[in-house]
Design a protein around this ligand. Structure first.
Ligand SMILES: Cc1ncc(COP(=O)(O)O)c(C=O)c1O
Length: 401
């Protein structure tokens, strides 16, 4: 997919301008354009003639051919996401973040291949590796998220892909992405990163040597907890393979949902900044509380991932964890149930704060989660953090009672 000519613009400007090509926002016959690419719903595309039908069958992305290949609403979102990653050739969209991960792995791996998967990966990513990928003859070795350049020792002749997620799901370890991608490049191994926590605004993955970057748009890009989607953004070398596999798998996204995602994207910069500010206010308060064992937030100076985070990330988002000192599962449930300002729910990145109990011990195999204190994950929303802190204080009071 072609990119806009304005590649030197800063990210916040790109968020506003991305995907708003005049051919998608304006009809000259009407004498002007609209601000947002309209929602083009389509399955059937009509052709002028048989010759026209045949000619367009060979077109690739941004030509109307059949609904599954997308319409301008879909291309506008893909284009806007591509613009955020400086070395990217294009973006493919999927019905969920998990669908983006599985399509990427299927596109880039074949029977007999070996995959290096980070131990702190999102649980459904692991389930896919241990389930379907294994049945299709792909071997997975899990590696310590803190492995850095020592990943070299795990690369075998059959290793085709290293998958990263940084910070890690539930436990928020920060990976040395440039060290790993440098070795992968030397050894001819492809790298793919789940960049949902940071988005390209905080971590432009392709600039750090990643070949394919993935996001669950369901989270911060959508930002309003009402739509699901995933994306893969890739270098010129890998883009054709991903596109071909995606067409073969038959993935297609709704233009209505793309319009929601585009709406979210326009305000991503300001929302992320407020998520970060609110999240840090809550995290710093928690770090001082006697009820808290530790706070897992890479932007806090005491966090084990802080140095790498400070070196590589342009900021933080609002998702982090903390342990309740001495608390077991039942005590944690009493604490979580006592909260009134936090919804108990999966997903994250929406405008409203969420809380979930999390239990990493059972989904780590290359490392061991030894902390016996119950772990809680918070997604800090756009409320006033003073109200969130007052709510957490109430939760601690219930815990002590
Ligand atoms: C880090 C991470 N990656 C991927 C996903 C999957 O995204 P989706 O829920 O859109 O399938 C999630 C969802 O929670 C996630 O937390």
């Amino acid at each position: 997919m072609s990119k806009s000519d304005d590649s030197n613009l800063r990210p916040a400007t790109k968020l506003v301008q991305g995907g708003r090509r005049p051919e998608w926002t304006g009809d000259p016959r009407l004498g002007g354009g609209v601000v947002n690419p309209p929602v083009w719903r389509a399955s059937t595309i009509l052709y002028d003639s048989v010759a026209d039908l045949r000619a367009r069958g060979h077109a690739t992305h941004d030509k109307l051919y059949y609904g599954r290949r997308g319409t301008p609403t879909v291309w506008a979102l893909a284009d806007a996401l591509t613009d955020l990653e400086p070395r990217a050739e294009g973006t493919l969209l999927y019905p969920s973040g998990v669908a983006a991960i599985t399509a990427g792995l299927l596109a880039l791996l074949a029977p007999g291949d070996h995959l290096l998967m980070v131990d702190s990966a999102y649980e459904p990513t692991r389930l896919f590796c241990d389930g379907m990928l294994k049945r299709y003859g792909v071997r997975t070795t899990y590696y310590d998220p803190l492995i850095g350049a020592d990943i070299a020792a795990l690369i075998e002749p059959a290793t085709k892909l290293i998958f990263l997620e940084s910070p890690g799901s539930l436990t928020f370890e920060v990976q040395d992405v440039p060290a790993i991608t440098a070795i992968a490049r030397e050894r001819g191994v492809v790298t793919m990163l789940d960049n949902t926590w940071a988005t390209p605004l905080l971590f432009p993955a392709l600039a750090y040597g990643v070949d394919v970057t993935m996001m669950s748009l369901t989270k911060y890009v959508g930002g309003h907890s009402d739509a699901m989607m995933g994306s893969l953004t890739a270098t010129p070398a890998l883009w054709p393979r991903l596109r071909k596999a995606t067409y073969q798998l038959g993935h297609s996204v709704s233009p209505d949902d793309c319009a929601l995602m585009l709406r979210g994207l326009r305000t991503l910069d300001v929302r992320l900044a407020r998520h970060a500010e609110n999240g840090l206010a809550v995290a710093r308060w928690l770090a001082e509380r006697p009820e808290v064992g530790r706070v897992l937030h890479p932007a806090l100076p005491g966090d084990s991932g802080h140095a790498l985070w400070a070196r590589d990330f342009a900021g933080t988002s609002g998702l982090f964890g903390f342990t309740l000192a001495g608390a077991d599962d039942a005590a944690r449930a009493r604490f979580v149930d006592a909260l009134a300002r936090f919804g108990i729910g999966f997903s994250w990145g929406g405008y409203e704060s969420l809380v979930v109990p999390s239990d990493p011990a059972g989904i780590r195999t290359a490392t061991t989660w030894t902390d016996r204190d119950a772990l809680v994950r918070l997604s800090i929303g756009l409320e006033d953090p003073a109200d969130l802190i007052a709510d957490l204080e109430r939760g601690f009071a219930v815990l002590a009672a």
